[in-house]
Design a protein around this ligand. Structure first.
Ligand code: V47
Ligand code: SF4
Length: 364
């Protein structure tokens, strides 16, 4: 179909996409820079439809954030506390079991488990955590720990990265979420999260994890101090690694929420920028099977719109989201399966309940 773009620069991008040619860094910057939102939406939607047709995925999942005590104290994070600070917590195995049992009637297919870097916890705690979760919820997949936690656990245990991943896998780890990279860029690292692992280490850990047969997601935290060029460099670094390992499953753009953080002067991201990030991801990450519109961060309504801008997945029911809500997210803390399906249907798509690996699960 011939369409006329308001921004002529999009014509050559559309041509490349239709030919199956890879987009360049300049194309990526143009996708972010253009005011022709419907133009990039049209191209991203073309890719999305070729890959997934009218399907939109979601998962019945439960988030477990086992501790909010964290020694890194990233400047963009409202969730972390110091040990002993009011509101700080760490869950015992009994507490974790109780939280799982409280929701045992829900058809949870995935447990999403992440937490802060809490120096009071031993490596055994993490092994126990995985084993407890697997015992109580054997049918659900465990998607746990970012590369930041894996690096920390390797240091804590004194084991090599490979052996750390092996032991976690033996205890029940099946997949990893995408957090922790933020923006793969040294300037931003040094300014916003200097204590966290940097660009090269994050990529090294992902490479090791993928080689061990564990799939991961990837994310990008946008809407703070990053430039458009830095966003595109981040996407290209992920694309390059995916060419090498093919271990990434989904990419999730994460909209920065500034409330209760050291960057509280920064405004919220705009709907325009949220949609551009979804479209840019779909177009630049030509080797990623899935792009998620994370309704927690961009809100339920915009997530529905994002299904027409390249996203094919709305993440999940979650049950109780903590990280973004401490930073001022206005979305619900969790959704029911019926609401997820209704969100997808009313946006004109066919809901597909999935497991962590995108195998379809028969809806009730
Ligand atoms: O790495 C922290 C981000 C991430 C804030 O893989 C913030 O399926 C916005 O990675 N405003 C963790 N974002 C969340 C994450 C994730 C979420 C959903 C699905 C998946 C998946 C992964 O949250 C952190 C950081 O980038 N974050 N603080 C904030 N104030
Ligand atoms: Fe800790 Fe993660 Fe928050 Fe950084 S983003 S302070 S590593 S919990």
């Amino acid at each position: 179909m011939n369409i006329s773009f308001l921004d002529e620069r999009l014509e050559s991008i559309y041509l490349k996409v239709k030919e199956g040619s890879r987009l360049s860094k300049e194309d990526g910057i143009c996708i972010y820079d253009t005011q022709d939102l419907l133009g990039i939406g049209h191209i991203a939607n073309y890719v999305r439809y070729n890959l997934h047709g009218n399907k939109a995925f979601y998962v019945n999942n439960q988030h477990l954030n086992y501790t909010n005590i964290c020694k890194n104290r990233c400047r963009f994070c409202a969730y972390a506390k110091d040990d002993g600070e009011k509101g700080s917590y760490v869950w015992s195995m009994e507490e974790i079991e109780k939280r799982l049992m409280d929701k045992i009637e829900e058809p949870v297919a995935e447990l999403h488990i992440v937490g802060g870097l809490n120096e009071n916890l031993s490596f055994e705690y993490f092994i126990d955590l995985l084993k407890t979760v697997k015992r109580v919820r054997p049918e659900a997949s465990i998607k746990a720990f970012t590369c930041v936690e894996i690096d920390y656990l390797s240091n804590l245990s004194g084991l090599s990265l490979e052996e750390t991943v092996h032991q976690l896998k033996e205890a029940g780890l099946e997949m990893m979420p995408g957090g922790g990279a933020e923006v793969l860029n040294t300037r931003i690292h040094d300014a916003l999260f200097p204590k966290k692992i940097g660009h090269d280490r994050w990529l090294e850990i992902v490479r090791t994890v993928h080689k061990a047969g564990i799939k991961t997601n990837a994310t990008m935290l946008y809407g703070h101090i990053e430039t458009l060029e830095e966003r595109v460099d981040h996407l290209i670094a992920l694309r390059d690694l995916q060419d090498e390992t093919n271990g990434f499953t989904a990419f999730i753009p994460l909209a920065f929420h500034s409330q209760n953080t050291q960057l509280s002067h920064l405004p919220s991201t705009t709907a325009m920028d949220d949609l551009k990030n979804v479209a840019a991801a779909r177009l630049m990450l030509d080797n990623f099977p899935h792009i998620k519109a994370y309704w927690v961060m961009i809100g339920e309504s915009l997530a529905q719109v994002a299904l027409n801008f390249g996203a094919d997945d709305l993440d999940g029911t979650i049950i109780e989201e903590r990280i973004t809500h401490t930073a001022g997210a206005k979305s619900a803390k969790g959704l029911t399966q019926d609401l997820m399906e209704e969100m997808i249907r009313s946006a004109g798509f066919e809901p597909v309940q999935r497991d962590s690996f995108y195998n379809p699960i028969q809806s009730k």
